[in-house]
Design a protein around this ligand. Structure first.
Ligand code: C2E
Ligand code: CA
Ligand code: CA
Ligand code: CA
Length: 274
């Protein structure tokens, strides 16, 4: 009986132990990676669909881990939030992005993604503004993307943050629109500058007529609210043409290119004379 118990212990506990060890190593790796500068910004082009001109870039974080290779944000952002290092990580990434963007044409904007966890910090707006002063980065080139899940937080606080950032010239976009639970009245009551239609809606456009109608409805609604739009996840020319028929908007996606590191972006801009 004793032996059987031991066996059971072995079979059931070992995989969980390994999982826990991996998780602990991942957490330690993330902490270490922050101080070693392993988290770097990649950039995705944002395009005015009608003219086809580049308007700016969205910064997307990558972890260049010596052990794991290049790791995407869907893996490390939730962990960074959980272990309380998301603000430090984000501020370092933003500082780097401000420096990168200073080498671009001064008309090009920089979009950054902000975690709902960061929005809980009452000093969030002040921190961002201070960072821009430190790096001599003009606030009107910055676009902060917040998701609908931020709207579940203290709404009064979110509103005053948005307001103080906008008063300094920073633009605020509502990201991943349609995937959360924001109500139309919230959309109207918060002073957003732009709405980003989630790529899941854009991807359904090619599959069925229904998907196209839904995107069309979102665009009509934003027109009514006088909110400019960005469509994310444009993967091919057919979707691009369909969107262009629906109105004027910005867009991004693999059709225009994959997110790239700063040096590749700079090379591309130099070739284009920007
Ligand atoms: P997001 O803000 O919705 O960013 C767009 C994501 O879609 C990016 O994934 C991008 O690489 C991917 N994408 C772009 N074009 C296409 C396309 O045509 N087709 C498809 N299938 N995908 C496309 P990525 O870089 O893995 O980022 C995932 C998410 O991680 C982002 O979603 C954003 O919410 C979050 N994220 C990225 N960087 C940061 C950061 O610095 N801070 C925070 N808090 N979140 C970040
Ligand atoms: Ca985004
Ligand atoms: Ca999205
Ligand atoms: Ca997202």
């Amino acid at each position: 009986a004793k032996k059987q118990g031991k066996n059971r212990f072995y079979w059931f506990e070992a995989p969980m132990e390994n999982e826990l060890r991996f998780r602990n190593e991942l957490e330690a790796g993330i902490r270490r990676g922050i101080s070693r500068g392993e988290f770097v910004p990649f950039y995705e082009q944002q395009i005015d669909l009608e003219s086809g001109t580049l308007t700016g870039f969205e910064m997307l974080a990558r972890w260049q881990s010596p052990e794991l290779g290049t790791v995407g944000p869907d893996i490390f952002i939730p962990i960074a939030e959980e272990i309380g290092v998301i603000s430090e990580m984000s501020e370092r990434l933003m500082a780097q992005a401000f420096e990168d963007a200073k080498n671009w044409d001064q008309d090009l904007t920089l979009s950054v993604n902000i975690s709902p966890v960061q929005m809980r910090d009452p000093w969030f707006a002040q921190k961002i503004l201070k960072l821009m002063v430190q790096h001599n980065f003009p606030p009107n080139r910055l676009d902060i993307e917040i998701t609908e899940s931020c709207l579940h937080e203290n709404l009064g606080m979110v509103r005053s943050m948005i307001t103080s950032l906008r008063n300094q010239g920073v633009h605020i976009s509502l990201d991943d629109f349609g995937t959360g639970y924001s109500s139309l009245s919230q959309l109207r009551s918060l002073p957003f500058d732009r709405l980003k239609i989630d790529r899941s809606f854009i991807h359904e456009m090619r599959e069925e007529d229904h998907g196209t109608k839904l995107v069309d409805a979102i665009i009509s609604m934003s027109d009514g609210l006088k909110l400019p739009i960005t469509a994310e996840g444009i993967e091919n020319a057919e979707v691009l043409e369909a969107l262009k028929k629906m109105g004027s908007m910005k867009g991004q996606g693999y059709h225009y290119g994959r997110p790239e590191p700063a040096d590749m972006v700079l090379e591309r801009l130099k070739t284009a004379g920007m």
